[in-house]
Design a protein around this ligand. Structure first.
Ligand SMILES: *[C@@H]1O[C@H](CO)[C@@H](O)[C@H](O)[C@H]1NC(C)=O
Ligand SMILES: *[C@@H]1O[C@H](CO)[C@@H](O)[C@H](O)[C@H]1NC(C)=O
Length: 339
């Protein structure tokens, strides 16, 4: 554990605090990308923080979870967000221009989203409600798991479905701190994070790895022979082998120039990682890296001005575009990939 992580972690806690103090549910105009930027913007009203983006098998969406606990879907033919699902029936007092950090333990905070494209079921990692699933028509999601080995999840975060086997891989970032205390996970050097597997045929949860320092996003390789897990506090990505001859083996896949959040694979088998903060610098700009299957950085996507995008949490590549979600801002951004 290197010491230079701590200043970076403090920087992110401080910047985030400042943003939250500013009344983060209003769409502050200076928050939105400036006019004439080469991007398309999808503003969200009365909520913030589209942390993860997912598309259904028809390319519909994105779907994303926001600060008031809703999962919303971008309905392209109507040019608006529609309500898709919720993770708890207790919705009284959840919505509206409030500070949702105080209501999220009751209202839910959906983070990771991943479709099983065979069944069209959407799997949800909700920071407070655990692992859930909802069918293609949305509505109230059904809880699947809230604990493993007798220890409750406290900060369920990333999820990915293996499209071949139907197995679900997900992370619990900490068993000590909640999502709204995420800064403490870093500054306390918390090591209680876990990588987990849910088997939908038996409803059993297995702990694949423990003692992780803020495990966050999770992605599967193109052939399904390994998983990648971003370990936020350690600024690195771990590789967990699934392929039978190496199953359970763990390697460091890549060290990153900042604090990683979510990770996603593209069609080519490369990975996009959203990075927050670079060597303790301000995080008021956008940073993402693309890695190949060996963990080499192929490309760095940077918006030093923060004018087009910033505070990225999730980068999803589809059909020549990058879609960018953020746990802080009230919009999703779509950029054309420059060749
Ligand atoms: C948009 O598509 C949805 C589902 O495909 C449909 O239910 C809805 O009526 C469409 N809206 C318009 C305005 O065409
Ligand atoms: C796809 O779904 C069908 C029915 O929902 C199921 O019988 C089949 O096993 C699934 N296949 C995979 C690969 O998950």
């Amino acid at each position: 554990m290197s010491h230079n992580v701590v200043p970076a972690a403090l920087a992110i806690v401080l910047s985030t605090t400042l943003v939250f103090v500013g009344g983060h549910v209003e769409v502050v105009s200076s928050f939105l990308p400036e006019p004439n930027q080469p991007c398309e913007v999808f503003p969200i009203l009365n909520a913030v923080g589209p942390e993860t983006l997912a598309f259904d098998r028809n390319g519909g969406g994105p779907y994303t979870g926001v600060s008031d606990g809703r999962i919303i879907k971008w309905q392209a033919n109507e040019s608006r967000w529609i309500n898709f699902a919720v993770t708890t029936p207790h919705r009284y007092g959840c919505e509206g221009p409030l500070d949702h950090t105080s209501t999220e333990p009751k209202c839910g905070r959906p983070l990771g989203l991943s479709f099983n494209h065979n069944t069209s079921d959407l799997y949800i990692a909700d920071a407070y409600m655990g692992l859930l699933v909802v069918g293609p028509n949305g509505g109230l999601a059904r809880p699947l798991a809230k604990e493993a080995q007798g220890i409750p999840f406290r900060f369920t975060n990333g999820v990915v479905v293996d499209q071949k086997s139907g197995q679900i891989y997900f992370t619990d970032s900490s068993t000590r701190f909640q999502r709204r205390e995420f800064g403490f996970v870093m500054v306390s050097l918390d090591k209680t994070g876990r990588l987990l597997k849910f088997d939908p045929t038996t409803n059993k949860v297995t702990v694949l790895m423990g003692n992780l320092m803020f495990p966050n996003g999770v992605a599967l390789s193109k052939t399904g022979d390994f998983l990648l897990i971003t370990e936020t506090t350690n600024s690195r990505i771990l590789k967990f082998w699934l392929e039978p001859t190496k199953a359970g083996r763990v390697e460091v896949f890549a060290e990153l120039p900042g604090i990683p959040d979510n990770i996603n694979r593209n069609q080519q088998g490369e990975f996009w990682v959203a990075v927050n903060s670079k060597n303790g610098e301000s995080i008021r700009y956008g940073l993402a890296v693309k890695l190949n299957e060996n963990g080499d950085i192929l490309k760095t996507l940077e918006d030093k001005t923060g004018k087009t995008w910033k505070y990225g949490s999730d980068i999803v590549e589809t059909n020549g575009y990058l879609w960018i979600g953020s746990v802080i801002v009230p919009y999703v951004v779509k950029l054309k990939i420059s060749s």
